[in-house]
Design a protein around this ligand. Sequence first.
Ligand SMILES: NC(=O)c1ccc[n+]([C@@H]2O[C@H](COP(=O)([O-])OP(=O)(O)OC[C@H]3O[C@@H](n4cnc5c(N)ncnc54)[C@H](OP(=O)(O)O)[C@@H]3O)[C@@H](O)[C@H]2O)c1
Length: 343
Amino acid sequence: MSGILVIGGYGAVGAQVSTTLDGWFPGQVIAAGRNPDGARLPDTVRRARLDLADIGGLERLLDLDPITAVVLCVEPADATVAETCLSRGIHLVDVGASDHLLRQVEDLTDRATVSGATGVLSVGLAPGLTNLLARRVHDRVGGAQRIDITVLLGAGERHGADAVAWTVARLAQPAGARPRRYVMPGYGRRIAYPLDFSDQHSLRRTLGVPRVATRMCLDSAFSTTLLAGLRRLAVFRVDRRPALRHLITAALSRVHIGGDGFAVRVDAVNGDRHAALALTGNGQSRATALVAAHVTRTVLAGALPTGVHHIDQLPALAGIPEQLAAHGILRTSCRADRRRSTS
Ligand SMILES: NC(=O)c1ccc[n+]([C@@H]2O[C@H](COP(=O)([O-])OP(=O)(O)OC[C@H]3O[C@@H](n4cnc5c(N)ncnc54)[C@H](OP(=O)(O)O)[C@@H]3O)[C@@H](O)[C@H]2O)c1
């Protein structure tokens, strides 16, 4: 019997990964984290205590259990966890959204090929579904010169603590690209601000598109404006105001103004050709988890090549938006192809 180790397996994303995979592979899922005792999971999901800071602990766990795939639902400090798994021939599915880490895992592709393992990166909503839409609009315009990704998140969703901390850390960085207004399906015209999601970096490598930018807004226009204003004031800069940033992270984790809906829209431009695709749904953590579960199932079916790949590089995963739509996860899918570049 094979085992699936879900690290961070009872967080906002991980709990839904563990539960979904347990439904498909009963009794084969182990949910791991530092304090798994209170984890609310089906009884058939085993719990394991694991701190990624202790790589020896991971090695001991992998020595004890015949693990076939690891789903990484927490961001490690570096690529050591990925290296440990891929070197042992264990498949890796990584929901991480930080480009500097994903690059390090990309570099392990030869090691994965030698051991017969597959690593899939850019798994989730953003990165993840955004990458898949980006590939489609890129193809639709005959090779994009520019791609703009817009992510709208529900300020009312109970996002996981790590996801909130990740976002606040990105808000501490300079904005880079300019904000832009886009019509988001179900939400009307919204202004979105640049944020350092990994998709905008990895897509330049995988699609060869020279200009890619990812912007984010919240469903609450008030909260979006507030965050943008605080960012302009450099309130999130940890080096200057660690206590204040900690307070804001805690507040964002607790205050829920808005709904739990999300929308992603990806626009591609090539000369006068423009294409846009958008998806909406409820629960970004759930959507991320279901993408991760579908990817894991496909990996375990032996349908993916060995080596390390981003999701948009794997044709076998191109249909995930439709698979999620069939399960009612993605409520709307719309598209517009035009000759003129408009937003
Ligand atoms: N690709 C996407 O679209 C997407 C979307 C959402 C989130 N994410 C990413 O997914 C990750 C998880 O997000 P989340 O919302 O699920 O966060 P979360 O609810 O805070 O869950 C984090 C989980 O990781 C565990 N954990 C934390 N530190 C650990 C460590 N050192 N060793 C082992 N386990 C540890 C936590 O349990 P303990 O505290 O008990 O250890 C918890 O189970 C984040 O990195 C986030 O950026 C990606």
